[in-house]
Design a binder for this molecule. Structure first.
Ligand SMILES: [Zn+2]
Length: 303
């Protein structure tokens, strides 16, 4: 495995802007491309592999090592395609511009602005996985992040041309003078000027037919949210964001030690658990390594 240091300093933001412009000039699929994929008849969900986060310090989540099945975490990104447009849900931990896929796993070392360090093993770029199913970032209608921690925002700037769906409290925290730990503001700085829809209600029905709904679930961060999908064949699915990380949090009632507001997290969990019960939807915990391993990965999809 190759080891590359990925130091994400603010100056990198400039590089992102440049590479985004180059991508367009290299003629990847744009909205005017004759090869543009046709919208599906009903919503489809693609699960992208955005890496494996090696997380040894489970004490951060209130666990002893022996209490979790594995300390490894999956990093997942999702594409929803719908007759009325497309939505990207979370954008990974390592920006595409910071590394080069070789087909083999490579481990990227991340140094956050507050000097926390993480190792993430990557195989595929987000842009490459999008291209594989016929999309480029400029085709995407909506961008929504479950929340603004670094392992969800890595490629957010690539989607600055989409309409950003965010809660006011989250947006404020993202652009506060001094950002909280575990964030990488340079990776989402371009969203400041994005067309933005501030979500004010608990639920936001993205395409207006009840099949793709963003639900408020604050606590992990001020404006943390989850995504509910009502798929024609696969049924109801809830993408957890970081409402939970390890599945054992759900069983053993543990809350991470670094929540913005742990009481709010507990309250959100009660609301979402009741929603799961009512709808019969499955909960996909995005960082659940073993759960994620069982999911179909793009180019396969759920519909
Ligand atoms: Zn996370």
């Amino acid at each position: 495995m190759a080891h590359n240091a990925v130091r994400l300093l603010p100056s990198i933001a400039t590089a992102v802007v440049i590479s985004a412009a180059q991508t367009t000039s290299f003629g990847q699929t744009t909205s005017s491309s004759p090869h543009k994929v046709q919208p599906p008849r009903s919503a489809k969900l693609y699960v992208f592999d955005c890496g494996i986060l090696h997380f040894a310090d489970v004490g951060r989540f209130g666990f002893k090592k022996e209490e979790v099945a594995t300390t490894e975490m999956s990093v997942a990104c999702f594409l929803v395609t719908h007759p009325k447009g497309t939505l990207i849900w979370d954008t990974g931990a390592v920006p595409d511009y910071a590394w080069m896929p070789t087909g083999n796993p490579t481990t990227q070392h991340i140094v956050l602005p507050d000097l926390q360090q993480r190792d993430v093993t990557m195989v595929k770029s987000l842009k490459g996985q999008l291209a594989e199913v016929g999309y480029s970032p400029s085709d995407i209608t909506y961008l929504a992040l479950s929340h603004y921690h670094y392992d969800h925002t890595a490629n957010a700037n690539e989607f600055a041309g989409a309409t950003w769906l965010v809660r006011q409290a989250e947006r404020q925290a993202m652009f506060a003078e001094k950002s909280a730990g575990t964030t990488q503001p340079s990776t989402y700085s371009a969203l400041r000027d994005s067309k933005t829809l501030i979500l004010e209600n608990d639920e936001h029905d993205v395409f207006g037919d009840g099949t793709v709904v963003i639900k408020s679930a604050p606590g992990h961060t001020p404006g943390h949210q989850i995504l509910y999908l009502k798929l024609a064949k696969a049924g109801g699915v809830v993408l957890s964001g970081d409402l939970y990380h390890y599945p054992e949090e759900r069983k053993l009632d543990r809350v991470p030690t670094y929540e913005f507001n742990p009481e709010q997290t507990r309250a959100s969990r009660v609301v979402i658990e009741a929603f799961l019960k009512k709808t019969g939807a499955q909960l996909w915990i995005q960082h659940d390594f073993n759960g994620n391993a069982k999911l179909k990965k793009s180019p396969e999809f759920y519909e």
